[in-house]
Write a protein that binds this ligand. Structure first.
Ligand SMILES: Cc1ncc(COP(=O)(O)O)c(C=O)c1O
Length: 410
């Protein structure tokens, strides 16, 4: 049966859509193509949520569910003070005995629907569409560019140092770009970087924050910070730098990607601006109830146990992957829950993006293992990004990687 189309002849979707939106390339992930199998593509926490589900007895679950369901007729708390306080406690912890450190308070926080909303909110607040710009340091997280496009904001790119292991920030080049172009209002640094898995040197961040020839905001995206050495977070710096935003998320170390909760730690005046533009009830009551549980002292202790297991498995992959003929060098750092490794055109040969892409596709299509091809990123020839899985998942990964490479070169 054909349905009559009653649309006005004047309707022209392309003509009424903002041109930058009509031509938008949306964020793409391996999960768009492959949804099942051993999923080592999205840097999730394979060990599960920080909440101790095994220890929550059925009665607890029933009480929690009943409480959540009974309250669903009401809008959630627009301010999320309780969640914010726990997020402050988490980052105040390492410095609580140092009297020179000013503790973070909920006034320093903005919470969003994942860090992805936090990223977008900053651009909407500080970069006027079509006029002002932001700066990123590729290879980096793809959502910075997607959010910039959505907001019709130009991205100035200053590549990381692609020739030096660990991809350090080219601080002088960044400072020069900022000095020469006052229309750049925001700099996005990713620490540890995705896909580099390397922490940004705090001295580089300090230099940009203190640059006297530039007026703008430095965002440090610390989505993976808990996989780095303890004390690496720059969140406590927001009480001494008025121009810093440190973003974090419960999606990674806390294993709570499904609830969508990201946080920006910043100065109180910036937090006020970010909070002013958000939708009033952006964080659902289901998200905040689960976040309160995930951020309790017991859950944080549980998260740290799982963290230790991930770090042990990361060390194992660092040792075992290079033993597979055709696996080349790790080109990133070891500060995250994933590794960036090169695949060679032949054992002992040169890095090859064509071979790496073929290995990625074969693993996903025929072997049930989904990782991420990163060979098109600057400085990442032949690179695959592999999330650290559970011991059993890593067993499968190592076996299938060896099988696939052997067949590739046969
Ligand atoms: C660097 C980086 N920032 C932010 C995010 C998004 O985090 P969220 O799940 O909180 O939106 C990711 C997700 O992979 C990421 O890699």
């Amino acid at each position: 049966m054909t349905v009559a189309n009653l649309t006005s002849p004047a309707f022209d979707l392309k003509a009424i859509t903002r041109p930058n939106i009509y031509s938008l390339e949306p964020y793409r992930c391996a999960r768009d193509d492959y949804k099942t199998g051993v999923l080592l593509d999205a840097n999730e926490n394979a060990y599960g949520p920080s909440l101790k589900i095994e220890e929550m007895n059925l009665d607890d679950n029933a009480v929690l569910s009943a409480k959540l369901l009974a309250g669903l007729n009401r809008y959630p708390d627009p301010h999320q003070e309780d969640v914010k306080q726990l997020l402050c406690n988490l980052r105040n912890e390492p410095s609580k005995d140092d009297p020179s450190v000013v503790p973070l308070t909920p006034e320093n926080l903005y919470v969003g629907v994942g860090s992805d909303e936090c990223i977008d909110t900053v651009i909407r607040c500080f970069c006027a569409p079509g006029r002002e710009k932001m700066l990123t340091c590729p290879p980096t997280y793809g959502m910075y560019g997607v959010s910039a496009n959505v907001n019709d904001v130009e991205v100035v790119k200053v590549d990381l140092d692609l020739a030096t292991p660990g991809f350090p920030v080219r601080t002088d080049a960044v400072c020069e770009a900022l000095t020469n172009d006052p229309s750049i209002h925001v700099v996005y640094l990713c620490s540890p970087g995705n896909p580099t898995a390397s922490l940004v040197d705090p001295a580089a961040v300090k230099k940009i924050l203190e640059l006297p020839s530039w007026n703008g905001i430095v965002v440090v995206d610390e989505a993976y910070i808990d996989f780095s050495a303890p004390g690496s977070s720059l969140a406590p710096w927001v009480t001494k730098y008025d121009n810093l935003i440190v973003m974090q998320t419960v999606s990674k170390a806390f294993g709570m990607a499904g609830i969508r909760l990201g946080v920006s730690y910043t100065s109180a005046p910036i937090a006020r601006i970010l909070n002013a533009v958000k939708a009033p009830y952006n964080i659902s009551s289901v998200t905040s109830e689960l976040a309160l549980l995930a951020l309790s002292p017991e859950s944080i202790a549980n998260m740290r146990v799982k963290l230790a297991a991930i770090i042990e498995q990361r060390d194992r992959l660092l040792t075992e992957l290079p033993k597979i003929p055709g696996v080349g060098k790790f080109i990133g750092g070891n500060d995250s829950n994933f590794l960036l490794v090169q695949i060679l055109d032949k054992p002992g040969g040169e890095p090859s993006s064509a071979v790496a892409n073929k290995v990625y596709e074969t693993l996903a299509q025929n072997k049930g293992v989904v990782i991420r091809f990163r060979g098109k990123e600057p400085g990442c020839v032949g690179a695959l990004r592999i999330t650290v899985g559970t011991k059993e998942e890593n067993d499968v990964l190592l076996e299938k990687m060896a099988e696939t490479l052997a067949a590739t070169y046969a």
